[in-house]
Design a protein around this ligand. Sequence first.
Ligand SMILES: *[C@@H]1O[C@H](CO)[C@@H](O)[C@H](O)[C@H]1NC(C)=O
Ligand SMILES: *[C@@H]1O[C@H](CO)[C@@H](O)[C@H](O)[C@H]1NC(C)=O
Ligand SMILES: *[C@@H]1O[C@H](CO)[C@@H](O)[C@H](O)[C@H]1NC(C)=O
Ligand SMILES: *[C@@H]1O[C@H](CO)[C@@H](O)[C@H](O)[C@H]1NC(C)=O
Ligand SMILES: *[C@@H]1O[C@H](CO)[C@@H](O)[C@H](O)[C@H]1NC(C)=O
Ligand SMILES: *[C@@H]1O[C@H](CO)[C@@H](O)[C@H](O)[C@H]1NC(C)=O
Ligand SMILES: *[C@@H]1O[C@H](CO)[C@@H](O)[C@H](O)[C@H]1NC(C)=O
Ligand SMILES: *[C@@H]1O[C@H](CO)[C@@H](O)[C@H](O)[C@H]1NC(C)=O
Length: 367
Amino acid sequence: MPPRTAGLLAWPHLLAAALAACECGYVSSINGTADTALFTDMLETDFTQNPPLGVHTDWAPQAFNLTRDRARGPYGELFAVANVGVSGGKGGEEEEEEEEEGLELVVGGRGAVVDGMVPVAEVDSTRLDVWWGTFRASMRMTRVPGTCAAFFWYFNDTQEIDMEFLSREFSAANGSYPVNLVLQSREAAVAGYNAARTGTFVKAHLPFDPTDGFHEYRMDYVPGRVFFYADGQRLAEMDGPAVPTTAGHLILQHWSNGNEFWSGGPPAEDAVLAVRYVKAYFNSSAPERQRDWAARCRDPAAAGAVCSIPDVTLANASAAGWFFKNQGNTTNNQTASGQNDGARLQRLWWPAVVGLLLLASGWVVAL
Ligand SMILES: *[C@@H]1O[C@H](CO)[C@@H](O)[C@H](O)[C@H]1NC(C)=O
Ligand SMILES: *[C@@H]1O[C@H](CO)[C@@H](O)[C@H](O)[C@H]1NC(C)=O
Ligand SMILES: *[C@@H]1O[C@H](CO)[C@@H](O)[C@H](O)[C@H]1NC(C)=O
Ligand SMILES: *[C@@H]1O[C@H](CO)[C@@H](O)[C@H](O)[C@H]1NC(C)=O
Ligand SMILES: *[C@@H]1O[C@H](CO)[C@@H](O)[C@H](O)[C@H]1NC(C)=O
Ligand SMILES: *[C@@H]1O[C@H](CO)[C@@H](O)[C@H](O)[C@H]1NC(C)=O
Ligand SMILES: *[C@@H]1O[C@H](CO)[C@@H](O)[C@H](O)[C@H]1NC(C)=O
Ligand SMILES: *[C@@H]1O[C@H](CO)[C@@H](O)[C@H](O)[C@H]1NC(C)=O
């Protein structure tokens, strides 16, 4: 076999096509422009596209009940697939707004409480191999006080990275819009899962009204450090022993248990968390994905072998509409919803996620 470069020189017309495929991964800024990191895998879901969630292979709506005790509040929580919808579905206060976009996670109003449980919503990524990465979700918060909207990365109750928005804390009157940033550590477990009593809890203030439109919330998880952002603006940085070390999965959740110190509620009426997209670029813990990368990435220095991930910023929101999967030949051997590659990967991991998939298909039927 001749050396690879000789082959390319012999067929120069093949050069661009063969090399512009991001085969060595995706590079993200970390901590503003202070640093960068390379990630090998991606999961991009645009919930505003057809076909919507459920036909996708990326996310699984959850169905389980938490008693009052397990929910740690005066109410239990009923996680129902029916409370996960797509554009134009059920909606309380936001129904009059011009366009419903994307995924909707509904918390039922007081009148909807069933057997002492508030109807609430959760979807989980079906991939469980999400290790170091940059995780980005475009969301619009509810204006109805009494819910907790959460975007988080999760392995177990002591390996967890969390952005939690309490709608009762939003105050249009004094322009105060906090977000609670949490690492649930072993220390937090000892403190009764109250990370507020540990060093890995920050209440940051958003520079905009999160109920007023979609904004990108982002967590970067790299060895020994976690960074949180809103529209590209750094909110906090955490390090130390509470930073997780394992691979996990991503979760979108909207809930209420009536606990006056946290979610408050239940809300007076149905409350909707809307999600336009999740874009996650990460390293996989799955040996077959690591092997795939090693086989795919022949020369990281070759033109187009490594691709830059554009950042959404306060000054330039246009990257919010940007997906690799719309750029042509930049998602070879990746999962991006609507693409066959994703379906192939899903089948590989069928045994690990079979329960979640059954729930997902139940949801499709429920539609
Ligand atoms: C896409 O990239 C791959 C390399 O990963 C290459 O083999 C293929 O020819 C490219 N396809 C097109 C249509 O450019
Ligand atoms: C992140 O950026 C901030 C502000 O630019 C800087 O103070 C901090 O040291 C950086 N953190 C790391 C881990 O580089
Ligand atoms: C992700 O994996 C690639 C390939 O092994 C490696 O080059 C890169 O440094 C890893 N990224 C992080 C943040 O560890
Ligand atoms: C949750 O509780 C409701 C009401 O009691 C019940 O109808 C439903 O079957 C339960 N769901 C699960 C997953 O146990
Ligand atoms: C979570 O996982 C870590 C790493 O495997 C382990 O050390 C820890 O004990 C686990 N925590 C819980 C609550 O299971
Ligand atoms: C204004 O913000 C403070 C926190 O900074 C809060 O304690 C107070 O309740 C808010 N005021 C109103 C009217 O909500
Ligand atoms: C805004 O972001 C888009 C998408 O990443 C990029 O193409 C464009 O150059 C950016 N504009 C400015 C002014 O930075
Ligand atoms: C990635 O490529 C390898 C080798 O061709 C293949 O076995 C694997 O199924 C591919 N995975 C995806 C998600 O396309």
